[in-house]
Design a protein around this ligand. Structure first.
Ligand code: CO8
Length: 258
């Protein structure tokens, strides 16, 4: 692949958007390669956590490719937005947790990509924003919807109506980012949390991810039902027996994802 690099570190997958000369801007070629990469990684039964980051030290992703957007019409804009929305929804529904390691600019489509991940760790030089309105545009890869869900509609409106950029500390204060790290330490901290997740029971992690995502905005009794069903389903897995047995025997569990 030309614009996407994919590497495995044990059971952790690292997907890097690799077009640093354009601050990793998302052209349709980049998105197509990302889709192919995710489809393959999604089949990997040994994968326990996926990290998405950007190449270089300046940007995670500085948005969709403005040069390509410039040539769109109503029809092709709908196709481009639809492709990106479907892809980012695949990331949201990816079978294992996905962490965004934001190492610089996460703007426009770049922030929309990070928003589709389960959570974000950022370097102290990270900058977040949805500046589409400064280009006569609006977010088209799910950003208007997901930003409002993550930081609330009032702030999401201010961010998208002004197009302003926000630093990592601000992004953490509003709950967009889980952790802010020194730039040199970002990958180390992400690796650490990814390995912790990788040690946990994979079926439990998948059930928790599904429950949190699918119950968002549901009324409480319907949400409890989903949790109860997912909880009960886990009892058909060997890992529940292993986890509880290991506790009783005062040893570390060995989860197999079955
Ligand atoms: N698209 C294409 N090229 C880009 C982009 C981008 N989003 N961002 C940066 N680049 C390119 C620059 O053109 C430049 O290339 P060249 O050297 O060939 O001129 C190179 O990357 C380096 O960028 P700069 O020289 O501008 O670097 P600076 O450090 O001066 O500035 C910034 C960094 C502030 C990040 C600046 O590059 C910038 O403002 N970039 C654009 C940010 C932006 O507006 N992003 C939103 C784009 S719109 C979007 O994402 C919509 C998503 C929904 C789409 C739905 C599909 C229809």
């Amino acid at each position: 692949m030309e614009f996407i690099k994919y590497e495995k570190d044990g059971s952790i997958g690292w997907l890097t958007v690799n077009k640093p000369q354009a601050l990793n801007a998302l052209s349709s070629s980049v998105l197509k390669e990302m889709k192919a990469c995710l489809e393959e990684a999604g089949q990997d039964k040994d994968l326990r956590c996926l990290v998405i980051t950007g190449a270089g030290d300046k940007a995670f992703v500085a948005g969709a490719d403005i040069k390509e957007i410039h040539g769109l019409n109503v029809e092709t804009a709908a196709q481009f937005a639809g492709f990106g929305q479907d892809l980012f929804t695949k990331i949201e529904n990816f079978p294992v947790p996905v962490i965004a390691a934001v190492n610089g600019f996460a703007l426009g489509g770049g922030l929309e990509l990070a928003l589709a991940c389960d959570f974000i760790y950022a370097s102290e030089n990270a900058k977040f924003g949805l500046p589409e309105c400064t280009l006569g545009l609006m977010p088209g890869f799910g950003g208007s919807v997901r930003l409002a869900r993550k930081i609330g509609p009032n702030l999401a409106k201010e961010w998208t109506f002004t197009g302003d950029m926000h630093d990592a500390d601000k992004a953490k204060k509003v709950g967009l980012v889980n952790k802010v790290c020194d730039s040199e330490e970002l990958l180390e901290k992400v690796t650490k949390v990814a390995h912790t997740i990788a040690k946990r029971a994979p079926l439990a992690i998948a059930a928790i991810k599904h429950t949190i995502d699918s119950t968002y905005g549901m009324d409480i009794s319907a949400a409890m039902k989903v949790e109860r069903q997912e909880f009960a389903k886990l009892f058909s897995s060997q890992d529940v027996k292993e986890g509880t047995q290991a506790f009783i025997e005062k040893r570390k569990p060995e989860f197999k994802g079955i």
